[in-house]
Design a protein around this ligand. Structure first.
Ligand SMILES: Cc1ncc(COP(=O)(O)O)c(C=O)c1O
Length: 360
């Protein structure tokens, strides 16, 4: 293996691993693209690197520039990593939902953090964050907004992700599952599939209460996938199936993945793990399914992997936190999750949500 120069050269080329223990009863072959092994811990490392290096190349960014972006998670960390390496100033506009670990990471990289405290009417903060980004851009000379929601380099970065998958597979997978927010990941992968005329069906995994695919918007607890605004990058004609997963799905999926495969992954990966299970009832025997595992679970130790948080948040004695969630799921005892040694939560807590919405 050759010696690489600098941390940014280690972004991408993440491993694709076969998961034989996750759902042993299925005839499908399941694979995971481990994007959490990027040096910043998530898939947004790729996006940040491409957006900023192109901006430098095009002369939109120099040593005196300030990069400004709205993010409360992986995009912020990806940008912070690249900005530190290139000696660029970075202001991250974020909100109270950002977790402590992410704030500590951003501070360690030297990013400045601007907190928006006033919520939008739906309880989320995206509109207020974007308003603050605009104010900062208007007041700071030589500022640059990568704008991950409409920058074509966002999907462009993930065209490469799909290429890497195809390069190591003996034949293209039957299904590709990715969690969605800006839709950069899924659209980049989907464009590669269409341009190369591959058989791969594209499966989007969104959050209940997210409006990425036009459903009603509301309060979500697990950051990462889902969005309170539509992405300019999404072309729904590329998407074959859509699953909407709840916050508790994310918790169950993450814990199940850890139990069965010893992979500590973040919330959106939990959603993908639950979605691939649902998908099994709709796919032919011996299908191959590749899942994108977007980030590491370390940033979720205070929530998804914290028993008290799970109990406090989802216990049957409390009101359901999600308006649209299935009542059986919202009221099921959290002990079903917390006491399950094998992660076989589904046996005691059957999934009543049925299959995916077809979307061709
Ligand atoms: C953990 C995680 N999963 C999934 C996504 C969705 O990816 P995309 O914005 O490319 O749709 C994000 C986006 O930030 C994320 O942080």
């Amino acid at each position: 293996m050759a010696i690489k120069t600098g941390i940014l050269s280690t972004i991408g080329n993440t491993p694709l691993v076969a998961l034989n223990k996750l759902y042993p009863a299925t005839s499908s072959k399941l694979f995971a693209k481990l994007e959490m092994l990027n040096p910043g811990g998530g898939t947004k490392d790729r996006t940040a690197l491409l957006m900023l290096s192109k901006a430098v190349e095009d002369g939109k960014l120099d040593q005196n520039s300030t990069v400004i972006e709205s993010s409360s998670g992986n995009m912020a960390i990806g940008l912070a990593q690249v900005c530190r390496y290139l000696d660029l100033n970075l202001i991250v506009v974020t909100d109270p939902k950002i977790n402590r670990h992410t704030i500590d990471l951003l501070r360690a990289y030297g990013a400045e953090i601007e907190h928006v405290t006033e919520a939008d009417s739906d309880g989320n903060y995206l509109e207020k964050r974007l308003k603050r980004v605009k104010e900062l851009r208007d007041s700071i000379p030589n500022s640059y907004w990568p704008n991950q929601y409409s920058n074509d380099l966002n999907p462009e970065a993930h065209y490469q992700t799909m290429k890497e998958i195809i390069d190591v597979c003996t034949e293209p997978p039957d299904y590709l599952l990715a969690a969605t927010s800006t839709c950069g990941t899924i659209m980049g992968c989907a464009r590669y599939v269409r341009e190369h005329n591959l058989k791969t069906k594209i499966v989007a995994v969104d959050a209940v209460e997210s409006i990425v695919f036009g459903t009603s918007k509301g309060n979500r607890l697990i950051p990462g996938h889902g969005a309170g605004r539509k992405s300019d990058l999404l072309d729904e004609s590329y998407i074959d199936h859509i699953f909407h997963m709840t916050d508790i799905d994310c918790v169950i999926g993450c814990r199940r993945l850890l139990q069965r495969e010893s992979i500590l992954a973040g919330g959106s990966t939990g959603a993908v793990v639950m979605a691939v299970e649902k998908l099994q009832s709709q796919v032919p025997e011996n299908s191959s399914c590749v899942m994108i595992f977007s980030d590491s679970g370390e940033r979720y130790l205070d929530t998804i992997f914290n028993d008290s948080w799970v109990k406090k948040t989802f216990d049957k004695t409390r009101k359901p936190t999600q308006k649209n969630s299935d009542k059986n799921r919202a009221h099921a005892p959290t002990s079903a999750i917390l006491n399950s040694k094998s992660g076989l939560i589904d046996e005691r807590w059957p999934n009543k949500n049925g299959g995916a919405e077809n979307h061709s």
